[in-house]
Design a protein around this ligand. Structure first.
Ligand SMILES: Cc1cc2nc3c(=O)[nH]c(=O)nc-3n(C[C@H](O)[C@H](O)[C@H](O)COP(=O)(O)OP(=O)(O)OC[C@H]3O[C@@H](n4cnc5c(N)ncnc54)[C@H](O)[C@@H]3O)c2cc1C
Length: 293
């Protein structure tokens, strides 16, 4: 039995916003793979819920006229992995969300839930941060667009205002065009486990594949929220494609992170992962881009 005080089913985005304003204590319910577990555990017992799960307009991946990739907030992980738009332009995102939990969770869990829960281990988080994704939020007063790096405020807290829901994730063309990426999830088991550390790197090479024009790196579980590693990026940008550059990139990442000790791993082990995963993720992104190391 789930201890739920009231469940309201939104019939449109505007209706969802109105319900949330009328019931400020209510939780948004999407796939429910976080919310329903928390209700059953007692942390959210007696909750009032506003379900947006029926809003099909928030499902799917599309390419907009200006080349922006639009991922509706209710799009499931399975759908993202299978999307031809994702496979063609930002395959690493499909690969990253294919590492969430198991098949059932990937069918029910949504990208909106994975970003709005504000969790550092979210498997979509580091790749979205590495690609400078933008979060589209809709409230009674209209639409706001917030860079995902600013959307994450602190562990478990995102920039959602009263009466707002996330309606989409946007990835502008200039943020993915010419880039290839690689995500590595280090976890204690291969499935049904959250990341001990997640690392997403992507790279744009020069035409002759000899120079790194732009490298981007982001982590999950290297700090309280998914985070970029600007020192690492600075150590690689404009540098030759070679093992020394990859090594400098990986070592510089240590300046950007702040992992903690938890029951899964010590801070020291996570720092080891931060460096080693950056090395491997960049090397693989270079290889996917046609570069040789
Ligand atoms: C067994 C199991 C294994 C898991 N493994 C992983 C894993 O490996 N990696 C991983 O990243 N996650 C994992 N998860 C966590 C979970 O599946 C994901 O975080 C999922 O993306 C949540 O999406 P949802 O649609 O189910 O969210 P819900 O549970 O419906 O909501 C999650 C949170 O986001 C809010 N929310 C949801 N959608 C919106 C919206 N559009 N606008 C505003 N607020 C919104 C809700 O109010 C709630 O606070 C696992 C969960 C389970 C139960």
């Amino acid at each position: 039995m789930y201890d739920i005080k009231a469940l309201y089913e939104a019939e449109s985005v505007q209706h969802a916003c109105a319900l949330l304003l009328a019931h400020p204590e209510a939780k948004v319910l999407a796939g429910g793979s976080d919310v329903l577990i928390q209700i059953r555990e007692g942390k959210l017992a007696g909750a009032t819920l506003v379900s947006i799960y029926g809003l099909d307009e928030l499902r799917g991946v599309a390419m907009e006229a200006d080349g922006t990739i639009r991922i509706g907030a209710l799009t499931s992980f399975s759908h993202i992995t299978r999307s031809s738009v994702i496979q063609e332009h930002i395959a690493v995102l499909g690969e990253a969300v294919d590492m969430v939990g198991g098949p059932q969770i990937r069918n029910i869990g949504t990208i909106g839930g994975n970003t709005c829960n504000g969790v550092t281990s979210a498997d979509s988080g580091s790749t979205l941060v590495a690609y400078d994704a933008v979060v589209e939020l809709t409230g009674a007063e209209g639409v706001r667009r917030v860079p995902i790096r600013d959307f994450y405020i602190k562990a478990g807290k995102v920039d959602l205002r009263p009466g707002e829901i996330e309606t989409a994730i946007l990835i502008p063309k200039e943020c993915y065009e010419g880039y290839k990426g690689h995500y590595i999830k280090y976890a204690m088991r291969n499935a049904m486990d959250i990341a001990t550390c997640g690392c997403s790197a992507n790279v744009k090479l020069s035409g002759d594949k000899k120079t790194i024009l732009s490298a981007r790196l982001a982590y999950g579980v290297a700090g309280p929220v998914p985070m970029r590693a600007p020192s690492a990026e600075a150590a690689a940008n404009g540098r030759p494609v070679c093992a020394e550059t990859v090594d400098a990139f990986a070592k510089a990442a240590l300046q950007d992170v702040n992992p903690r000790t938890s029951w899964r791993a010590t801070k020291e082990f996570r720092l080891h992962l931060v460096e080693e995963l950056a090395r491997r993720a960049l090397a693989e992104a270079v290889r996917k881009s046609g570069g040789e190391l």
